[in-house]
Design a protein around this ligand. Structure first.
Ligand code: CP
Ligand code: NVA
Length: 313
């Protein structure tokens, strides 16, 4: 169905945030990700001779290795650089070196403005591999995972509950889930609300799809009726010095058995990983029969293959 020569190339020049793909492109990407997962050998030469450069200002297990493996398994390659971007030489010079050698850049950064700057100066596509505002590649894999677990079709009518920090992962899930018609509820402590501009965008998406958006401090209200309960670390990368204060603020916002049981009886537990057991999630929920955290991790590979095919083919 998706012969490599007929892959739909996205109109987006970069993937810096969730909304850079159109609704149709997002749906196509999820179908392509499922196809690539089912028939990986059909795509083994699809990016023959193409290379990406990965620039990571922060550590990574899943994102780094799945982009590297994705390129290899599509016939291409990758090079990797860890450290601050734009310190040894200006960011605009970094971008204009890399675009002479490679076909795409994948960057994990502290500031969204860094990926935007790379995209402004690079002639090859730039992919956001996590910033302070978004983790759009994570959201792609998570939507693939939710689709797989709830019948493989439309997500309309499903409810995703996020418990924890209104940060990058929550913000990408909010935007991507709502535009696919999922209800989205976020329960966070006071002071850890999502970015107001992103919430305004999310409200606009909800108005279009008819999905419901709830941002609350009330855990039970968020989790009630949820098909998926999702959490993320209390202190993200770069916030380590706030860990003690955050442990205090988030103490009630743990996904444990007592909270998980308030979701639907068939609800799945989700986490982007890495997880801190006995902080945002208990070991019993991580290891629960309905925990899909390693399916999410697996789908990082397939969803990113689909993204790379759509951006670099
Ligand atoms: N979920 C995620 O992005 O994992 P890494 O930080 O290991 O890449
Ligand atoms: N919110 C976390 C996600 C890690 C994948 C962070 O930014 O560190």
């Amino acid at each position: 169905m998706f012969a490599p020569h007929s892959i739909l190339k996205t109109n987006a020049s970069d993937f810096l945030k969730d909304l850079d793909l159109t609704d149709d492109e997002l749906l196509y990407l999820l179908d392509l990700a499922a196809e690539v997962k089912a028939s990986p050998a059909d795509y083994a030469r699809a990016l023959d001779g193409k290379n990406i450069a990965m620039l990571f200002e922060k550590p990574s297990l899943r994102t780094k290795l799945t982009f590297d493996l994705a390129m290899k398994q599509l016939g291409g390659g990758s090079v990797f650089l860890e450290g601050p971007i734009g310190v040894r030489e200006p960011l605009k010079d970094v971008a204009r070196n890399l675009d002479r050698w490679t076909d795409g850049l994948v960057a994990r950064v502290f500031l969204q403005s860094t990926v935007e700057g790379l995209a402004q100066w690079s002639r090859v596509p730039v992919i956001n591999a996590l910033s302070d505002l978004y983790h759009p590649c994570q959201a792609l894999a998570d939507m693939q995972t939710i689709r797989e677990h709830f019948g493989g079709g439309a997500l309309t009518g499903l409810k995703l509950a996020f418990v924890g920090d209104g940060n990058n992962v929550a913000q990408s899930l909010m935007l991507t889930g709502l535009r696919l018609g999922m209800d989205f509820a976020l329960a966070c402590p006071p002071g850890y609300l999502p970015d107001p501009e992103i919430v305004t965008q999310a409200e606009g998406l909800a108005a279009v799809t008819g999905a419901r958006l709830l941002v609350t401090h009330d855990l039970s209200a968020a989790v009630e009726g949820a098909h998926a309960v999702y959490t993320d670390v209390w202190a993200s990368m770069g916030q380590e010095q706030e860990a003690v204060e955050r442990r205090r603020a988030f103490r009630e916002y743990q996904v444990n058995d007592a909270l998980f049981v308030q979701a639907r009886p068939d609800a799945v537990f989700m986490h982007c990983l890495p997880a801190k057991r006995d902080e945002e999630v208990t070991d019993s929920v991580m290891e629960h029969a309905r925990s899909v955290v390693f399916d999410q991790a697996e789908n990082r590979l397939h969803a990113q293959k689909a993204l790379l095919l759509m951006m670099l083919s």
